[in-house]
Design a protein around this ligand. Structure first.
Ligand code: SAM
Length: 279
């Protein structure tokens, strides 16, 4: 018997118009829908006039339920996995089910759609060429600060999911540990009170001090500034000019070259000594 297909199906993160035509069709076609919260998903199904058997699949029953769902798939039934909002497996249950389905040769098909992290990223105005999705930071301050310390020198943009009650504490930790970077607070994306706050973390902290934020939040942190690219031989060229053509002292030449290239003084000094020795 051929296996059924497991569909990993994204649902809207606030605005029902973000449901895709394909998602609606697949939900109509599958034999079973596995949902993080069946009551929540029932409302979505009702909105789209879909009537299908639902079963729960959430963090605390995922091991047991995963086995049941996998059995159904292996018996030829097709199943759509949905979470409460957005894309399953992204800070939501689903990963183990996908892993086990893949291991058992069950076809797994994505039905893409909304994802809060990607939606926030797309409007952030921060460099999007490389990014790191970290999901939720630890609740406890100590662990959160440890995590931020590890991410401090990350050269890629950071994306976090954050609860409104913890936002100020997290922004405070970012200011202290990561530095006064540009951040974006993307709140209630696609919903009535959608809001984007952009600026250095110190300014955002100031803005929010008087406010009690509610709703769902994605927090983005700009990458740490890269050292400006330095032309391979630029340090040598400048040193040669200052030391031998302009005849200025080693100390002054090193200071000038370090300032002009951004290369640490110690490194420039070593090169200056080498040049002097070779000359
Ligand atoms: N799987 C989901 C996805 O694809 O985005 C994320 C699920 S995670 C349990 C829920 C978190 O995502 C929220 O606490 C919030 O940080 C973020 N989130 C979800 N919907 C959002 C929205 N409309 N606006 C801003 N953040 C949102």
């Amino acid at each position: 018997m051929n296996s059924g297909t497991l569909y990993i199906l994204a649902t809207p993160i606030g605005n029902l118009e973000d449901m895709t035509f394909r998602a609606v069709r697949i939900l109509r076609e599958v034999d079973l829908i596995a949902a993080e919260d069946t009551r929540h998903t029932r409302k979505l199904l009702t909105h789209f006039g879909i009537s299908k058997p639902l079963t729960s699949y959430f963090d605390h029953n995922k091991t047991l339920k995963g086995t049941v769902i996998l059995e159904k798939l292996k018996n030829g039934f097709s199943v759509a996995l949905v979470s409460d909002a957005g894309t399953p497996c992204i800070s939501d249950p689903g990963y183990q089910l996908v892993r086990d389905a893949v291991a058992d040769g069950v076809p797994v098909v994505p039905i893409p759609g909304a994802c809060a992290a990607v939606a926030a990223l797309s409007v952030s105005g921060l460099p999007t060429d490389a990014f790191v999705f970290e999901g939720f930071l630890p609740n406890r301050s100590g662990k959160r600060r440890e995590k931020l310390a590890l991410l401090k020198d990350e050269k890629r943009l950071l994306i976090f999911y954050e609860a409104p009650t913890r936002l100020m504490a997290t922004l405070g930790d970012i200011a202290e540990i990561v530095g006064d970077r540009d951040v974006v607070v993307a709140r209630e994306i696609t919903k009535l009170y959608e809001e984007l706050l952009r600026g250095p973390v110190s300014e955002i902290l100031e803005t929010l001090r008087e406010r009690q934020l509610k709703g769902e939040i994605v927090l983005l942190v700009a990458p740490s500034a890269e050292a400006p690219p330095v032309r391979e031989n630029l340090v040598t060229e400048l040193l040669q000019r200052y030391l031998f053509s302009d005849g200025i002292s080693v100390k002054d030449a090193v200071r000038k070259v370090a300032e002009e290239t951004g290369v640490p003084k110690g490194k420039v000094y070593d090169q200056a000594l080498q040049l002097k020795a070779d000359s």
